[in-house]
Ligand binder design. Structure first.
Ligand code: PEP
Ligand code: MG
Length: 880
């Protein structure tokens, strides 16, 4: 509990980097640098506790704070040999926000505090530069007016523009001293008129007003929005640093800049950044003048020495913090001052390079290196990305369904996409939503864009499996298939026009935008090897073809966690046999049609087993509602009838009969195999025969047959009996046996709640968290995209639960199901194969609750490996 004796204020020299929560990132690092003997302008930090106390008391500075701030100020005055508001050698200070977690640009800052009628004269006398002094003054009134008194900042900017027009100058720097003096007067008048208050001439009143305003900025709309988006707790509060001003705009021996200790784009060693001679920090950020590469400071006789010192300090800071740093500095009259250091943001590629270089340089251990790369950032290394130098026009934003950037001609139809793709054209398949029927078009397209569907919609799942960029649920698209065009805001895009999509951000852009290819180098392999050594959980892949299985294995998959057999039915002519099976009038007809599919399935299974030699392969029996296999349009239905030699109305009636109001809760999953046991039998036969075949070749095969959407013990029991009967038959016929297991997906709350019962019949569980999320929330996987993004935007949900596992709710069912299942069978193998298996925070959760493996699309396997390793390390280190 904070009391009157609480220390609200701490001098830089009394703190250190470990006090991040109390002093904010900025305050803690300024303290650390001060104590390391680096040239930091003296100052003090007001704690985050003070900010929280300020809000708790309804906007009052807590008792003792102001007195302590004045003491801090005194200490700074003594150290600088200056007086706050003094007529000679006046001390000017900045007041800045600094939260425990970096929230760049979200809160407020006020510079040049301490300027009064009296101290202004002191600044003029000391610098012999009235222009500089008046410029400082007008900036102070402007910032104070805006931040503390909430005056519309446009009024100040308009006044500056008027002066510039009158003088015929372009740049603020060219406004003469007398005009700046007049502007300061005008700004005072604006403040008076707009706020009904005088800009205070008393430096102490300025300081107090600024401190309170920075506290308040913790709760401005920008900051709240940023916290929501980045999952930062409101309770952290911001610290406030009060620091002696130094100036980079006092002449040619002055400069200001920002730099990184290594290149944040590539990770290449060496100082990387920009500076502006004779300028203030804001000028670098505002981009009015073009900054120069920081290395050029070495060629400037005024700045050379300070540059040498900067290089040395950068190295020291990097070694000290054992991480790449992002620095802000100012050079005042050839003297270097450090204003900030913090861990630098970096691309995925840079993160990998820096982590491995640091290990080589002996700065960090291999285990630490594993924690230095954000798993989600690996996407940037595995897929093409938008060229950072390209100019883009974003037309709309959808869901970032499958990462990677792709450019191509718009095509609204899968057949057309296939034709053009095969002719060598780059196409983007644009659909209202995709269904299995569009698969062949997706295969050849560079990327897929849909107007409807969420993160686990067909388009998203299939594109992710193929490692193809996809933006789904882009509700701004109004697609007119008839006219072969779409409307996005005021743009009409026709078939054949170029667009670019970025599946990592969800952006849809006009025209051809340059992309850069992913480059996977040896450094990534090193990080992955260290990760593999650290993790406990296994990582498998969801893959449906021998090709995808091979890709998955190359990405390090240790088996297949989900083979969705239905995807095999869409290749080539197989769909016709499948359709004949669905339309069959009798069991005999159905069996005949299935017999056509069987050898093809067997071949695919054999190919997958070969690709996964030595690893388990989980194959799921048929899952989707049957109507998904039948054509929708009357023309296609007629064509199918002709092909199968059936009356057209029979096809039409069957399609109509199979329509369901809620297909995802309908005739699907194990319900298909229960009512049509011949489907399960055929699939079991194909699996066992394929396994026997490859075992003969010397392949080490471990088939796991998985039954989907089980809700009751009886369902699994019956399906298991069918599978076992079939397997025994095949073993007898072949005269030999192989080991196999039968398990189930847990995708329904009932199954999770009764997992102890269901485990009696299951050798393994695999949580299908796509369906489990759908059924737990009562949210449709296919339609929720219409409003779910708004739920996230408004903070009703922290994240899209189809993307990031809802640990609290759905996760509770996963945890409960695992625990109950293992009560019945302590060695029950348990994994997850929903899309969450490749999402870092969900993978960490799976580790914590003791799952044996996660399974995800091939391109996310490296992400899951790294996330699993980080979770294991956090677990062992007790840093979860
Ligand atoms: C699931 O529901 O999580 C799952 C993996 O199955 P599907 O996405 O095929 O329904
Ligand atoms: Mg499912």
């Amino acid at each position: 509990m904070a009391t009157t004796a609480t220390r609200w204020v701490q001098l830089f020299r009394d703190g250190d980097a470990s006090q991040r929560n109390l002093l904010g990132g900025k305050g803690a690092n300024l303290a650390e640098m001060t104590n390391a003997g680096l040239p930091v302008p003296p100052g003090f930090t007001i704690t985050t506790e003070a900010c929280n106390a300020y809000f708790e008391s309804g906007g009052k500075l807590p008792d003792g704070l102001w007195e302590q701030a004045l003491e801090g100020l005194k200490a700074v005055e003594t150290e600088m040999g200056r007086e706050f508001g003094g007529a000679e050698k006046p001390l000017l200070v900045s007041v800045r926000s600094g939260a425990p977690v970096s929230m760049p640009g979200m809160m407020d800052t006020i510079l040049n505090l301490g300027l009064s009628a009296r101290s202004l004269k002191g600044v003029i006398a000391e610098t012999d530069d009235p222009r500089f002094a008046y410029d400082c003054l007008r900036r102070l009134i402007q910032m104070y007016g805006k931040v503390v008194l909430e005056v519309n900042s446009d009024l100040f900017e308009d006044a500056i523009d008027r002066v510039k027009r009158k003088r015929g100058v372009q740049d603020d720097n060219e406004i003469p001293a007398a005009d700046l003096q007049a502007l300061a007067t005008e700004f005072r008048a604006i403040v008076r008129r707009e706020s009904g208050q005088e800009f205070p001439d008393d430096p102490h009143a300025q300081l107090r007003g600024a401190i309170e305003a920075v506290f308040r900025s913790w709760n401005n709309r920008r900051a709240i929005g940023y916290r929501r988006q980045n999952g930062i707790a409101d309770a952290l509060g911001t610290a406030v640093t009060v620091q002696t001003m130094v100036y980079g705009n006092l002449g040619d021996d002055c400069a200001t800049g920002v730099c990184f200790t290594r290149n944040p784009n590539t990770g290449e060693p060496g100082l990387f950044g920009e500076y502006l001679p004779n300028a203030q920090g804001e000028d670098v950020v505002a981009g009015v003048r073009t900054p120069k590469p920081v290395a050029e400071m070495g060629d400037d006789p005024h700045l050379r020495e300070a540059y040498g010192q900067l290089v040395e300090i950068a190295e020291r800071l990097e070694t000290h913090y054992r991480d790449m740093q992002d620095l802000e500095f100012t050079i005042q009259n050839s003297r270097l001052y450090m204003l900030q250091t913090r861990s630098g943001k970096r691309t995925g590629g840079a993160a990998v390079r820096i982590a491995t270089d640091f290990v080589r340089e002996g700065l960090i251990t291999e285990r630490e290196a594993v924690g230095r790369v954000e798993p989600g950032q690996l996407d940037q290394l595995l897929h093409p990305t938008i060229d950072p130098n390209a100019t883009v026009q974003v037309l709309a934003k959808g869901l970032p369904a499958s990462p990677g950037a792709a450019t191509g001609k718009v095509v609204f139809d899968a057949d057309e996409a296939e034709a053009q793709g095969k002719a060598g054209e780059a196409v983007i398949l644009v659909r209202i939503e995709t269904s299995p029927e569009d698969f062949h078009g997706m295969v050849v397209a560079q990327g897929v864009l849909t107007a409807r569907g969420g993160m686990t919609s067909h388009a998203a799942v299939v594109a992710r499996g193929m490692g193809k960029p996809c933006v789904s649920g882009c509700t701004a698209l109004q697609i007119d298939y008839g006219k072969q065009e779409m409307q996005i805001a005021e743009f009409t895009i026709r078939a054949g026009d170029f667009i670019t999509i970025d599946g990592a951000t969800g952006n849809v852009m006009l025209g051809e935008v340059a992309t850069v290819e992913a480059t996977v180098g040896g450094d990534l392999a090193a990080v992955m090897a260290w990760a593999d050594a650290a993790r406990r959980m296994r990582v498998r892949a969801n893959a449906d073809t021998p090709h995808d299985a091979q890709v998955a294995r190359d990405f390090g998959a240790e088996g297949i966690g989900l083979c969705r057999t239905e995807h095999m039915f869409f290749e080539g002519d197989r769909i016709d046999a499948m359709r004949a099976m669905i339309l069959a009038g009798s069991k005999a007809d159905r069996e005949r049609a299935l017999a056509t599919v069987e050898p093809l399935q067997r071949e695919d299974f054999a190919g997958i087993f070969r690709a996964m030699d030595g690893f388990p392969v989980t194959i799921r029996t048929l899952d989707p509602p049957l109507h998904e296999f039948l054509p929708n349009s009357p023309a296609e239905q007629e064509e199918l009838a002709r092909k199968l030699g059936l009356p057209a109305n029979q096809v039409r009636d069957k399609v109509a009969a199979l329509q369901e109001a809620n297909p995802m809760l309908g005739f699907r999953g194990c319900r298909l195999g229960i009512l049509y046991p011949e489907i399960t039998r055929m699939q079991a036969r194909a699996i066992i025969d394929a396994a026997l075949e490859v075992a003969d070749e010397g392949v080490k095969v471990e088939p796991e047959i998985m039954v989907p959407l089980v809700g009751t013990l009886e369902e699994l029991k019956r399906q298991r009996a069918l599978i076992e009967e079939t397997a025994e038959e095949r073993f007898r016929a072949a005269g030999k046996r192989i080991a196999y297991t039968v398990g189930t997906m847990i995708e329904l709350p009932r199954a999770a709640l009764l997992a102890d019962e269901i485990a009696q019949q299951a050798d393994f569980f695999s949580f299908g968290t796509n369906d489990l999320t759908q059924t737990t929330f009562g949210l449709s996987r296919d339609d929720a995209g219409r409003f779910l993004p708004l739920y996230v935007e408004r903070g009703i949900l922290e994240a899209d639960p189809f993307q990031v596992l809802d640990q609290k709710g759905v996760g509770k069912l996963v945890e409960t199901g695992t625990r109950l299942g293992r009560q019945t069978k302590p060695d029950l193998k348990v994994g997850i194969c929903g899309e969450h298996g490749g999402e870092p925070s969900s993978v960490a959760f799976c580790h914590r609750i003791g799952l044996d493996y996660v399974s995800c699309s091939p391109f996310r396997v490296p992400i899951a490996r790294l996330a699993a390793a980080q979770a294991a390390i956090a677990d062992e280190d007790g840093t979860e």
